[in-house]
Design a protein around this ligand. Structure first.
Ligand code: FRU
Length: 923
């Protein structure tokens, strides 16, 4: 807004300033013909003076020095200088005329001054009337001579208009008086020699001449001098033209008696400028502007001279005033510039002031807003702090509760573990339960381990975790832990290697805590390394970094050839509760590595990880050697190689829950009388548990994920599938979707078993085609019943099918694919009705399925063999024929492809319970 205003303001100001100073200017070109004699100087000074009153007019003057050629050139030059108007005093009529016409035709106004051309191609003329001047002279001489006498005429050059006109006027004037005769004419230019030669010769021819008329005063004075030289009487009347008031000019010569009279010939300098101004400004003007002339002789010479003097004084005054004006104009101009600068400064100041005020206003407003925001933020902060405190308090309370509960869990867990261990050791428990008992034992230990981790975490949280360091042999320590893992590693066919630079090395550390760290790293390594992999623990001593206070440190590396950690997860691996997603499926609590880091930190050491996906992982622990970094408080006394009461532990799959591939491969599959259940579950213990509750009644085959399940189904088709949902590689949903969308497998009932118990998930599972959905934790009895019911349903469908010709479109007990399948077979049978035997090959070709699959599928859905099934379809079709065709039973028997009517009757009775003729009667 301010910017806009100031721009408009400045624009108006500049516009008015420049419009004042930029009134249109005109250039006048002036071509002066003659020598710079006094008369022409007077003309020019008159012009100059007049120009002072016309600041919009400027003039360029060119002097032709009585040379017509030069004048033509100069007129041309002026024309090309883009003049707005030409004032020209043509030297001679003819040569210059063309040049003047050219200018006029170009549209440039032309003012002729003093002299004329023989053409009308000019804008205006200004100057004395030379014809009248000639007549004045004749009249004056006539009066003086009493109208009788002889005259001699000294003419100007006859190529000049002024000279021609004056001479004509003089002669015409004399012609009025018959006694006055112009007896002699001297053709002169301005050349003195001509007069000194021709005047005496003229006088010789006409000795009684009374008067001489000369073209101008200069020639007249010249004539007087020639007369004096030749001793002629001085009472001759001599008349000249011009009447200049200058020294030796016409006026002075009349006053001192040299000349009898002079005719004032006005130069027209001033008038030409006035006329030019009028033309240029488009004001009205006259084309012919004759200036008046006066005769000056002894009768009026004095008064004339005084008048000229007065005029000259006035002109001097005017000149002075004009000079003064010039100075004042200069000052005015400077002041104008100053004023302009001041005005600009003023405007800038105003603009700045406005800007300052508006900025100030904005600043104040934003300060107020800022203050408001500050207050809001501070009140939000207070609120936030309060909420944080509350949250912290709530979290602490929860954690306290959680820890207390966890703590409380330990006693019952110990009470469970004790009896369980007794049961395991006892030979009395039946073999059937031994596995379940050992599973209970393993999982109780797992629970205890997790609770211990949680307690450690709380201690660290509350800064109550204390280091209890002593100087132990770390080589011995590591060897002991590694040995404790050897059974497990062997079971998983993993090479477990230990490589130490030293055979023994004493380091200050907390036995229990470092044990937990190494245990955690090793159990992770075992968990994520598959069969034939390698886990290596190495120990070496290295120099520490310069800024550390100890001068040696040890480096323990635990490397494995396991699955590796994805790069996007590696930065979070030591974060609390962070659970890296891993293909092995066991996700743990997310506390192990975080605790390990805390424990290493307590030792003033550090722990790092490097990993490459698919290649393996290396954990590096660095611990300082010596005890400079430890306070006395954290040191404990130790007499041996391990703390008092510490027993070496046997590490087994309690904590690790590994999936043992080799075990799985050895599963025996018995397809005897029992139906087969395929159990798909990644947690081995859960598998064991389910197996335990079902293997008495069914054959159980196992797979640890959906993918492996699909491989098994391809080999041997189970009667029913129980599958977990959340599994690595292929989850239960995908497995269900794959099976239910394949004609070969869509009839197999599927029970989904999962902890994801929400309604939506249940619907999702059913949507995929699952036949049942049992949420975890489940009751084994519930599972048994569900399996039984689903298998019974399958049998019922088989039964029902026997009496049904076409499967209803909305038969919800069968999948869409199965309905289509059965209807398609019925159609094929109908097309080949007369054929006694429709082979499996023919059917499999038409259905696009292998023979085995056709056989298996028909058996599963109907409980019949292919030929039994084809026969039953034919019999069903015969029902219709008996009812509507009017044919005999025998005819119908052949028509539906039976070899004999008696066999047809037997089969009919077997299938429908009545004979065909009985059916015909009752129709
Ligand atoms: C000056 C002059 C005058 C004369 C006029 C005629 O150069 O010779 O004496 O009157 O020119 O054009």
């Amino acid at each position: 807004m301010t910017k806009k205003l100031s721009t408009i303001f400045l624009f108006i100001f500049f516009f008015s300033f420049f419009s004042l100073s930029s009134k249109e200017k005109f250039t006048i070109g002036f071509s002066q013909c003659g020598q710079r004699d006094n008369w022409r100087l007077k003309m020019e000074s008159e012009m100059e003076r007049e120009l002072l009153f016309h600041p919009d007019l400027s003039i360029i003057v060119k002097q032709a020095l009585d040379n017509s050629e030069m004048q033509i050139r100069q007129i041309d030059e002026l024309m090309n200088m883009d003049i707005d108007l030409l004032i020209v005093s043509p030297n001679e009529i003819n040569p210059v005329q063309k040049a003047i016409e050219k200018v006029y035709q170009k549209g440039i106004p032309v003012i002729l001054i003093d002299r004329r051309i023989d053409s009308e191609s000019f804008t205006a003329y200004v100057g004395g009337d030379n014809y009248e001047i000639g007549q004045f002279a004749a009249e004056y001489i006539a009066r003086k001579l009493n109208y009788t006498g002889k005259t001699l005429e000294i003419q100007g050059a006859q190529t000049i208009s002024a000279a021609v006109e004056r001479s004509k006027g003089f002669n015409d004037g004399l012609d009025k008086y018959p006694d006055l005769i112009n007896v002699y004419k001297i053709h002169s230019f301005w050349n003195e020699k001509i007069i000194s030669d021709s005047l005496p010769s003229g006088l010789k021819q006409h000795p009684n001449i009374d008067a001489i008329f000369a073209f101008n005063d200069d020639l007249a004075i010249n004539a007087v001098e020639v007369l004096k030289k030749n001793n002629y009487s001085s009472n001759l009347i001599i008349v000249g033209v011009d009447g200049l008031p200058t020294p030796n000019g016409g006026i002075e010569m009349v006053e001192n008696g040299t000349l009898t009279a002079t005719i004032i010939y006005p130069t027209g300098g001033k008038e030409s400028i006035l006329l030019a101004s009028k033309i240029l400004h488009g004001e009205p003007f006259e084309k012919y502007n004759s200036l008046p002339s006066t005769i000056v002789d002894e009768s009026n010479v004095k008064i004339t001279r005084r008048q000229f003097q007065n005029i000259s004084e006035l002109q001097t005054d005017i000149n002075k005033s004009m000079n003064m004006l010039k100075i004042l104009n200069g000052r005015y101009h400077v002041q104008q510039v100053l004023l302009f600068v001041l005005a600009v400064l003023f405007i800038v100041m105003i603009v700045l002031l406005v800007m300052y005020l508006s900025a100030n206003k904005k600043l104040k407003q934003s300060n107020i807003n800022l203050e408001k925001q500050k207050n809001e933020i501070s009140s939000q902060n207070t609120e936030l702090l309060r909420l944080t405190d509350e949250l912290e308090e709530a979290t602490q309370a929860k954690l306290r509760f959680f820890t207390n509960i966890s703590h409380e869990f330990r006693t019952p867990l110990t009470l469970i573990l004790g009896p369980l261990e007794n049961m395991i050791d006892s030979a009395d428990i039946p073999e059937r339960f031994r596995m379940q008992v050992s599973m209970m034992h393993r999982n109780s230990l797992r629970l205890l381990h997790m609770i211990n981790q949680l307690m450690d975490f709380r201690k660290i949280e509350n800064s109550k975790m204390q280091l209890h360091a002593a100087n132990y042999d770390i080589v011995d320590f590591l060897r002991e832990i590694i040995t404790s893992f050897s059974d497990l590693a062997e079971k998983k066919q993993i090479s477990l290697l230990f490589d130490s630079e030293k055979s023994s090395l004493n380091v200050w550390f907390d036995y229990d805590k470092l044990d937990k760290v190494i245990f955690n790293l090793l159990s992770n390594a075992i968990k994520f390394t598959s069969v034939n992999g390698t886990i290596k623990i190495s120990l070496k001593v290295s120099k520490p970094l310069i800024n550390k206070i100890w001068n040696q440190e040890i480096e323990i590396k635990v490397s494995d050839t396991g699955s590796g950690i994805p790069t996007d997860q590696i930065d979070h691996i030591f974060d609390r509760f962070y659970q890296a997603e891993n293909s092995s499926g066991n996700m743990g609590t997310g506390l192990g590595l975080s605790l390990s880091k805390e424990f290493v930190d307590l030792h003033h050491g550090d722990i790092n990880v490097k990993s490459k996906l698919g290649e393996g992982t290396i954990f590096i622990i660095r611990l300082p050697v010596g005890d400079k970094h430890l306070t006395e408080q954290v040191k404990i006394k130790s007499s041996g190689n391990r703390p008092v009461g510490h027993k070496p532990k046997r590490r087994d799959e309690i904590y690790i829950n590994p999936v043992l591939d080799n075990e799985e491969k050895n599963i025996e599959v018995d397809f005897g009388e029992k139906q087969t259940i395929l159990l798909v579950e990644d947690e081995k213990d859960v598998r064991e548990y389910i197996k335990d509750s079902l293997n008495y009644y069914y054959n159980i085959i196992e797979a640890e994920n959906g993918k492996k399940a699909l491989d098994l189904i391809r080999e041997d088709e189970p009667d029913i599938i129980i599958s977990d949902v959340m599994m690595p590689e292929m989850d239960g949903m995908e497995l269900t979707r794959t099976l239910k969308n394949d004609l070969k497998t869509c009839h197999i009932p599927i029970i989904l078993l999962t902890a994801r118990a929400s309604q939506e998930q249940k619907f999702e599972g059913l949507e995929e085609g699952a036949d049942s959905y049992i949420p975890k934790p489940f009751n084994s009895k519930h599972l048994q019943i569900r399996v039984k019911k689903l298998l019974e349903l399958r049998e019922k469908i088989q039964e029902r099918y026997k009496g049904q010709l076409l499967i209803e479109e909305n038969d919800s007990d069968l999948s869409k694919l199965d309905r289509k399948f059965l209807n398609k077979i019925s159609q094929i049978v109908e097309e080949h009705l007369e054929k006694e035997e429709l082979t499996v090959e023919e059917l499999s070709q038409r259905l696009g399925l292998s023979r085995v699959h056709v056989y298996r599928k028909i058996k599963k859905l109907t409980g019949m063999s292919v030929s039994e099934f084809v026969r039953s379809v034919k019999l069903k079709l015969s029902l219709n024929l008996i009812k509507t065709s009017g044919k005999t039973i025998s005819e119908i028997a052949y028509e539906v492809g039976f070899s004999s009517p008696s066999y047809f009757t037997k089969c009919f009775k077997d299938q429908f319970g009545i004979s065909p003729s009985e059916f015909e009667k009752g129709k």
